[in-house]
Design a protein around this ligand. Sequence first.
Ligand SMILES: NC(=O)c1ccc[n+]([C@@H]2O[C@H](COP(=O)([O-])OP(=O)(O)OC[C@H]3O[C@@H](n4cnc5c(N)ncnc54)[C@H](OP(=O)(O)O)[C@@H]3O)[C@@H](O)[C@H]2O)c1
Length: 341
Amino acid sequence: MHYRLALLGFGNVGKELAKLLLSKRNELEEQHNITYSVVGIATAKHGVAIDPDGIDLDRALKIPDLTKLSVRQMPLDAFEFLRQCDADVLFENTPVNYDTGQPAVDHLNTALELGMHAITANKGPVVHAYKQLKDLAKKNGVNFYFESTVMDGAPIFSLFREALPGANLLSFRGILNSTTNMILTLMENGESFEQAVTYCQSIGIAETDPSGDIDGWDAAVKVAALATVLMGIPLKPQQVTRKGIRELTAQDIAQAVKSGKRWKLVCSARLEGGAIQAKVGPEQVAPGSPLFTVDGTTSIVQFETDVLGALSVIEADPGPHTTAYGLFADFLNAIKKNEAA
Ligand SMILES: NC(=O)c1ccc[n+]([C@@H]2O[C@H](COP(=O)([O-])OP(=O)(O)OC[C@H]3O[C@@H](n4cnc5c(N)ncnc54)[C@H](OP(=O)(O)O)[C@@H]3O)[C@@H](O)[C@H]2O)c1
């Protein structure tokens, strides 16, 4: 079966996805009987390419202006781009908007209306429009998947969707923000808060303005996404009780180490009598906790369900390449589900 793919957003994640698609091309064909062509790539400032016969991905990864690869006129906006592409699958990887999820929500809506599977690593649409996008996908006989929004490529949403049928999630607890965990690890090794932030920026895991991570917003969005999708409680990031790591001092860190504990930015949510308590905040964890040994950029989430004992997922050393795998897995799962239907 042949699939036409469109990529909206071609930054760190979009480019890693392109590399993964290239490296898996033969395997997809030989083992899964799947071929693909990328018929459109759109960015904000690096041009737009549309070619119904397929864009040369190797060249797209090398040139600064994608417009050179286009056989069509520059579309007016992302919506016209989607209409012109006539793709089967959209990968939406534009920057997150914590407040409204836009314009990604509208991009995904348009793709679903046009009958495309919609796949994203962007957390905004999940916390701001999950139910509406899921219902629209169902109505149009396609899928809306977003595995990479929490813990990059590690299976979290698909774990519950595919492997845990009938299980009810009662609570979860984990470390879901790599940047703050790296900062806390570096501070334990004697670096100042500022040095640790600078290091995280130098390796590309913290943005120029790192407040989204440091003040707990990224973690709060992930808590909201997990609660919304896995617990069925629609939750906005603003409804998560949130405190970041800004106020932790070198003394606090050293004191904890001295008493055999470690500070972690802990994400948690618990259902109690139909209501949810959702929280992000620094906590001291003891050696008995599964969170204790989670260092650097590694993340963890521990689930409590009504059917199993504690179930944990740990992802070591995530990055745009593991985020790309989450998108790739969503692609295969989305088309597999449709083929089986
Ligand atoms: N980086 C990670 O490891 C990671 C992990 C999990 C989730 N995510 C999520 O994945 C998404 C992409 O992250 P990233 O690191 O790839 O970001 P990025 O490097 O900043 O890339 C964003 C891309 O989107 C394009 N873009 C921005 N606004 C657009 C618009 N209105 N229409 C079309 N294209 C637009 C940009 O164009 P220009 O190139 O012209 O600027 C760029 O190509 C974000 O939502 C992020 O939160 C990332």
